[in-house]
Design a protein around this ligand. Structure first.
Ligand code: C5P
Length: 319
């Protein structure tokens, strides 16, 4: 995993703006343990950062303000532009850590759909930390930023790190994993999101009713890690798992048809990404991914489809 130290004034453009990108993630495997006393679940996941990027641009301002454009701006349930937005909390946390005033105008341009199981909000928070560190010249270390990221959300440290990583704890503890080749996916993006806490709660409910295994033993992540490292695609296809898929399908039964549609259209395998409802369909190579996306777009199973590849780097300054 590589990390470029956030820059200082060298990254500030003529108009005083600083931009950072951060990637969406797919959980190539996700095993979820029982509910903990703090309301979270221990998990064991293999995260893959993919080439769907949000951009966060920050400028000096008085107090904090957030604007959102792109995916999830407007509509009946828009991405919030107040303290409920994770970039707001990221700014407050970094300012407090560095002992500076939290003054910034933050513009979030979203390509990653919200509430889609792709860590879009977490990516924005990671990008905001990197951009604001450069704007304010706070020179936080990688360790500092990772610690702040873990306070913001379970997936934020991974969006900061990027690449491929084994995640444990509630997802915030990371061990880098090697992938020697890019992997191509088609993301099938649904109309309407799913609430992450609701999907975890549905998992707990299905387990309490004995309809799903209790999750007390994690399978070895080794088959996923080995397949990601060097393939072949069939090995990775066979290793895709997600304990949140059954509860996501339970809350959104149309997902069953979407998953079947993706494999029927030629995906090597298809799995719900994180808490869903995005379907991550694995393709053998880039050409196969483009063909698969065309078929899926024609079938109308999804609001939109995106061809992505990964691993890609984590949050980093643009320019
Ligand atoms: O960490 P984050 O804020 O993204 O988590 C959102 C919600 O997802 C938590 O409040 C919790 O309900 C659920 N969650 C969980 N176990 C995890 C991660 C998230 O139960 N490991």
């Amino acid at each position: 995993m590589s990390w470029s130290s956030p820059g200082g004034p060298g990254h500030t453009r003529g108009d005083g703006a600083v931009s950072a990108h951060a990637p969406a993630k797919v959980n190539v495997s996700l095993a979820v343990g029982p509910l903990r006393e703090d309301g979270f679940h221990d998990l064991q996941t293999v995260y893959l950062a993919v080439s769907l990027l949000d951009t966060v641009t920050v400028r000096r301002g008085e107090g904090l303000s957030v604007t959102v454009t792109g995916e999830g701006a407007g509509g009946p349930d828009p991405v919030p532009t107040d303290r409920r937005n994770l970039v707001w909390r990221a700014a407050e946390l970094l300012a407090e850590h560095a002992g500076v005033a939290p003054d910034a105008a933050i513009a979030v341009d979203k390509a990653i759909p919200a509430a889609a199981g792709l860590a879009g909000g977490s990516a924005d928070a990671a990008a905001a930390l990197v951009a604001l560190d450069a704007l304010w010249g706070t020179h936080a270390t990688r360790g500092d930023l990772t610690g702040l990221a873990a306070q913001l959300g379970s997936d934020v440290p991974f969006c900061l790190a990027g690449g491929v990583a084994l995640g444990s704890g509630r997802g915030e503890r990371l061990t880098p994993v090697l992938a020697r080749r890019p992997w191509y996916w088609v993301l099938g993006i649904a109309d309407g999101g799913l609430s992450t806490p609701a999907v975890y709660a549905e998992l707990d409910r299905l387990r309490a009713e004995g309809r799903l295994p209790d999750g007390t033993a994690f399978p070895s992540p080794e088959p996923v890690v080995a397949a990601l490292r060097s393939g072949p695609v069939e090995a990775l296809a066979a290793a895709l798992t997600n304990d949140l898929q059954a509860p996501a399908v339970s809350l959104r039964p149309a997902l069953r048809r979407a998953l079947r549609g993706a494999t029927g259209a030629g995906a090597a395998a298809a799995v719900v990404s994180g808490s869903g409802p995005t379907v991550a369909a694995l393709a053998a190579d880039e050409d196969a991914a483009v063909r698969l996306a065309a078929v899926l777009a024609g079938e109308g199973l999804f609001r939109t489809v995106r061809v992505v590849h990964g691993p890609v780097p984590g949050a980093r300054l643009v320019g």
